[in-house]
Design a protein around this ligand. Structure first.
Ligand SMILES: *Cc1c(COP(=O)(O)O)cnc(C)c1O
Length: 368
């Protein structure tokens, strides 16, 4: 179907909501006067040339550059979850510590995607997601870091699509950042598809003389996958430094599939050789085997997704819906271990016999 312009409802850049009590401006931030010409210290926010790990050098679409947008390496530590089965150790890779607003797995993909956008001479990026998408928030932040405008298409429920989306959660962050937000109803989103919607907005911006760069939903495409190929190199190096830790399984939630695809490919090609499990929060497992296949075909890996990943259904009540038991688990884990989990990305693992909720982090399970 050919979408018409009325599919999208524009709510920015002139939100008709007053943002009150927001006093943090440049005026009350510490400023440093430096005479050097460098625009940063220590490489953060700089563009650097990229060399893949040796075990990934035969893949295609090797990125030439990346931006340093997050704090890496993120720590890995033992996670003393309550009621673990005997002889099971769970370790956690804290990708939630990659950076406050960028927290999580999205920033690893955006380091490559933003470098590509800038290399192509874009002046703005377009991306798409659910109304409270973490990916859209992270993209809005990363875009401003590299001085690009950001256009978001957010899918919301049909009854709310004509309402102002408010200033809650990720939307507050996006609107503070001045991201342009178009709303689309979930029904239209499914009918029209994210590619046609981003193309529509792209056309509109091109007509206005802008130079848009489209980032697919979740930042998951073959270029974005390099973020998690690179994460495998990071884990390998951390293991080397630590001595004798060895991980048998890596468990991660999947939403758009890029994280699990990069990890599974990296684990298979590198010395890691851990089994990678993806827990789907939105589609059935068949969808993700195909989706991972598309990603790894894009990199011409020659591998079959069924050989490198196991996908489990963890949809539960449905995307972004939690039962009372699941929410209690989030609370128990927070109280027992200090780790806050994102209920959207639950991970119902048969391995652990508990329901795990991931906040942008991956769980690494060693069985000794
Ligand atoms: C996006 C997201 C995931 C899923 O990653 P995909 O690469 O989209 O599959 C998992 N956990 C959190 C917290 C996320 O924001």
């Amino acid at each position: 179907m050919v979408p018409n312009t009325s599919s999208l409802r524009l709510f920015s850049p002139n939100p008709n909501v007053t943002i009150r009590r927001w006093t943090s401006t440049a005026a009350n931030c510490a400023a440093f006067n430096v005479s050097s010409t460098a625009s940063q210290i220590g490489g953060f926010l700089s563009k650097k040339s990229y060399t893949p790990p040796s075990w990934a050098s035969d893949l295609s679409l090797v990125p030439s550059h990346s931006f340093t947008l997050g704090q890496f390496p993120t720590p890995i530590h033992k996670w003393n979850l309550p009621n673990l089965p005997k002889d099971t150790e769970v370790w956690i890779k804290r990708d939630d510590l990659a950076g406050m607003e960028l927290s999580g797995n999205k920033v690893r993909k955006l380091e490559f995607l933003m470098a590509d956008a800038v290399a192509q001479g874009a002046d703005c990026v377009i991306t798409v997601g659910g109304i409270q998408s973490n990916h859209c928030r992270a993209t809005a932040v990363a875009a401003k870091y590299v001085n690009l405008d950001c256009y978001l298409i957010l899918a919301t429920s049909t009854i709310l699509v004509d309402e102002d989306p408010g200033l809650v959660g990720n939307l507050l962050v996006e609107r503070l950042l001045g991201a342009h937000i178009d709303l689309v109803s979930k029904r239209e989103f499914v009918k029209i598809g994210s590619v046609a919607l981003t193309d529509l907005l792209k056309e509109r911006l091109l007509e206005k003389g802008r130079k848009p760069y489209v980032i697919s939903g979740g930042g998951s495409n073959s270029l974005g996958n390099w973020g998690y190929i690179e994460a495998v190199r990071e884990i390998e190096q951390q293991i080397q430094l630590s001595g004798d830790v060895q991980f048998d399984d890596i468990v991660v939630a999947c939403g758009s599939g890029g994280t699990v695809a990069g990890l599974a490919l990296g684990s298979q090609l590198s010395s890691l050789k851990a089994k990678v499990h993806g827990f789907s929060v939105c589609y059935n497992s068949g969808y993700f085997y195909d989706n991972v296949q598309d990603h790894i075909d894009g990199l011409q890996s020659g591998l079959n997704s069924h050989d490198i990943v196991r996908i489990e259904d963890a949809k539960g009540l449905g995307y972004a819906m939690s039962t009372a038991d699941e929410l209690k688990f989030v609370k128990d884990v927070a109280a027992a271990t200090g780790i806050l989990l994102d209920p959207v990305y639950r991970c119902n693992t048969f391995l652990l016999c508990v329901t795990l909720y991931l906040i942008s982090c991956m769980i690494v399970l060693p069985f000794k």
